[in-house]
Design a protein around this ligand. Sequence first.
Ligand code: 5GP
Length: 181
Amino acid sequence: MNRFKGKEIQALLTKEQIEKRVKELGAEITHAYRDIKDPLILVGVLKGSVLFMADLCRAIDMPIELEFMGVSSYGEATKSSGAVQITLDLTRPIENRHVLFVEDIVDTGLTAKYLYGNMRTREPASLRLCSLLEKPSKSKGEVKVDFLGFTIPDEFVIGYGLDLAGVYRNLPYVGVLGSDV
Ligand code: 5GP
């Protein structure tokens, strides 16, 4: 059990487990895109993907470009409502380019579905999704995670980019918040 500011946090995925899996994902992605000509465009979905993105891009052994999309979803702090607003857009066109979305977690899949719909109109050469985490219990609709770090139980997790009301993103592991100490 870890403690952070008087709260108990139970680690679900340790720093070491994450490091190992991110390296493996980097190798999978490098292999999958080995024949493309232009640099792969990684699109990180802010803010949750930032830590994962920073580690993942260094595990990919090929030329890449980094872009970010800002997204905010409405609704309760610990539940996805599916109503998504773009708060920051890409800085350049992606037409005819290979694009890989980088997400922290796919829960209902509604955020990813919305982003896919939005990106497809820009006619990329390909569009795929890499997510560190996925909760399996929900219906994902049409969204498929092409490169997945871990499947986790249907619990609200924090750390390694994931927040609760804006905090806990800087924990180096993924955990579940326990009771107050
Ligand atoms: P979806 O649209 O797939 O239901 O949810 C995606 C977004 O909901 C994630 O990018 C994340 O911001 C938030 N989310 C879903 N589950 C969790 C969770 O367990 N912990 C945290 N911190 N955010 C979550």
